[in-house]
Design a protein around this ligand. Structure first.
Ligand SMILES: *Cc1c(COP(=O)(O)O)cnc(C)c1O
Length: 458
C-alpha cells in the first residue's frame, strides 16, 4: 500500500482536521476584517528565523501549527497596507466585500485564462472592465483583461503598440517610447524588456506633459535619427505627485503622427468615477489603451490591474499563444489569456467585480469623493502648519510637502520613528533631488483626524 495514503487524503479530502482548520482560518480572516489592523512592521530574516526556524519539514507542521506561525509571527512582520494612516507609496483599501469575495475565489479553483473554462467568471470580469471603459469614454468594442499590476499592464500594451508601428513602418531600425520625466518607473522597465529607447520629454512648469512639447520632441527625433517613436505614454496622475498630463493635447500630438496613445492611470484613472475631478481626464477617450489598478484606489485587494484596449483585436493578434495543445481554445470566444503577457491566470478581477456589483457604482463615487476631500483638507492643514510648506496644490489625492530646515536624514529619522511608534507609515520621497513628504490618500477611512495626528509630529 502507498505509505503516504493518510497524508494524501488529508491533502485532498475534507477530513475533520481540515474542517477544524477551516474554522480557524475563517475566524482569523473575520477578525482581521472586523478590527482595525495594527500597522505592524518589518523584522530581519535572521530575527524571524530565530523565532520560527525552518518551517519546511519532511513531516509537516500540521495546519494549526503552520497557521499559528503565520498569524502570531509572520503576519505581524508585514505592514498593513490598508491601515488608515498608511499613506506610503500608493497603499491599498480593499472593501470588506472585495476581501470576502477573495476568499470565495481562493476556494473555487477558477481558471481565468479561457472562456471555455471560466465563462461565468470572465463574463463578470468583463462587466467590471466595461464600467471602466465606459467611464473613460472608449467605444463599446473596447475590451481587455485584468493583469497582475500596472507594470505588466503597461508592458503588454506597449508590446501591442510596437507591433502596430512595425506594420506601419516596417523598415524602422530602432523604436522609442515617449513619456515625461515623471512617468512611472515601469515604462523604463518595459522599454528595457522590449529593447527600445525612451524619449523623455520635459513637462511644463506645472509638471504636466503638453502636446506641443511632445510633438516637437518627436519631430526632432525623427528628423535627426533613425529612431521612430511607436507610442506616447501620458500619465494620469503621476505616482509621486498625482499630476495629470494634458491628455487631450498629448493624445492629439501622438495621433497626428500616426502614433499609439497609451494612458498610464494605474493610480489616478480610478477618479474617473468622481464628478468633481472628471474634467481633468479630458482626452482619455482618445486612448488606444489605458490601465488602472483597482488594487490602488478602487477598493480591491492585490493584485489587479485593468488593461483596456480600444481595439482588442490588435492585442489578440499579438498576445495569443499558439501551440497544438491550445488550438482547441482558439475560436471567436473571449479568452483573457489572449490580451496580455500571460497564460494561466487567477480571475483576479472578481473581488473587484463582486464589490462593485454588490455596492453599486454610487458607493464608489462617494468613497472617491471622500478621499479627494480629505486630501484637500490635508493640504489646508499643511499650509497652516508653521513648520511645513505645501509643495503643490493636490490635483487628486496626493499631498506633497516639505519640512522647513530638514535634511534628507531628518526626514528618514522622522519616518522611522513614526512607524516605530505605530502612528503612521510615511517614507520620504524626493522631487528633483530634494526630499519631500507625501500623503497618498486612497483609503476612505483615512479621516482628517488621522492627518492631524501625523502633522502633530512635525
Ligand atoms: C503603481 C503604478 C504603476 C505600476 O503598477 P503596479 O501595479 O505596481 O505594477 C504604473 N504606473 C503608475 C502611474 C503607478 O502609479
Amino acid at each position: 500500500m502507498f505509505l503516504g495514503y493518510g497524508r494524501l487524503s488529508a491533502m485532498h479530502e475534507f477530513t475533520p482536521e481540515v474542517e477544524a482548520l477551516a474554522k480557524e482560518v475563517l475566524a482569523y480572516s473575520l477578525e482581521r476584517l472586523k478590527s482595525d489592523p495594527p500597522l505592524d512592521g518589518p523584522r530581519s530574516a535572521e530575527d524571524l528565523f530565530n523565532e520560527v526556524g525552518n518551517t519546511i519539514t519532511a513531516k509537516g507542521l500540521g495546519g494549526q501549527k503552520a497557521l499559528e506561525v503565520f498569524t502570531e509571527v509572520l503576519a505581524k512582520a508585514c505592514i498593513s497596507t490598508d491601515h488608515p494612516r498608511n499613506l506610503a507609496f500608493i497603499p491599498s483599501a480593499p472593501s470588506e466585500f472585495a476581501n470576502l469575495f477573495d476568499l470565495v475565489v481562493g476556494a473555487s479553483a477558477l481558471y481565468g485564462g479561457s472562456w471555455q473554462e471560466g465563462a461565468g467568471a470572465v463574463f463578470a470580469e468583463n462587466q467590471a472592465l466595461r464600467w471602466l471603459s465606459d467611464l473613460a469614454g472608449l467605444p463599446q468594442s473596447a475590451g481587455g483583461v485584468f493583469v497582475q499590476g500596472g507594470t505588466i499592464g503597461n508592458l503588454s500594451a506597449l508590446v501591442v503598440a510596437r507591433a502596430e508601428a512595425r506594420k506601419k513602418f516596417p523598415d524602422t531600425k530602432r523604436f522609442a517610447v515617449a513619456c515625461s520625466e515623471e512617468a512611472h518607473s515601469s515604462i523604463v522597465g518595459a522599454a528595457s524588456v522590449m529593447d527600445v529607447d525612451v524619449l523623455k520629454i520635459a513637462t511644463d512648469e506645472d509638471g504636466k506633459l503638453q502636446g506641443e512639447a511632445v510633438g516637437d520632441a518627436i519631430d526632432k527625433l525623427h528628423a535627426n535619427s533613425e529612431v521612430r517613436v511607436f507610442a506616447v505614454v501620458a500619465t494620469s496622475g503621476t505616482t509621486n505627485l498625482g499630476i495629470i498630463d494634458n491628455l487631450e493635447s498629448v493624445g492629439k500630438a501622438a495621433h497626428d503622427r500616426g502614433i499609439w496613445f497609451h494612458v498610464d492611470g494605474a493610480y489616478g484613472l480610478a477618479a474617473l468615477c468622481a464628478p468633481s475631478v472628471r474634467p481633468l481626464f479630458k482626452g482619455v477617450e482618445a486612448a488606444d489603451s489605458f490601465i488602472v489598478d483597482p488594487h490602488k484606489w478602487l477598493f480591491a485587494p492585490f493584485d489587479a490591474c485593468a488593461l483596456v484596449y480600444r481595439d482588442p483585436k490588435l492585442a489578440k493578434d499579438v498576445h495569443t499563444q499558439h501551440a497544438s495543445y491550445l488550438e482547441t481554445l482558439q475560436d471567436e470566444s473571449w479568452n483573457p489569456s489572449d490580451y496580455a503577457i500571460h497564460l494561466t491566470r487567477r480571475v483576479r478581477g472578481l473581488p473587484f467585480w463582486f464589490s462593485l456589483a454588490a455596492h453599486g457604482v454610487d458607493a464608489y463615487t462617494e468613497a472617491m469623493e471622500r478621499s479627494l476631500t480629505v486630501a484637500k483638507q490635508a493640504a489646508e492643514l499643511v499650509k497652516k502648519h508653521p513648520n511645513l510648506e505645501l509643495f503643490r496644490e493636490p490635483e487628486l489625492s496626493i499631498v506633497a510637502f516639505t519640512r522647513k530646515g530638514w535634511e534628507k536624514s531628518d526626514y528618514q529619522k522622522w519616518s522611522d520613528k513614526l512607524l516605530a511608534d505605530q502612528i503612521g507609515f510615511i517614507p520620504p520621497s524626493s522631487h528633483e533631488g530634494k526630499p519631500i513628504l507625501r500623503f497618498a490618500i486612497v483609503n476612505p477611512w483615512t479621516k482628517i483626524s488621522d492627518i492631524e495626528m501625523i502633522l502633530a509630529t512635525l
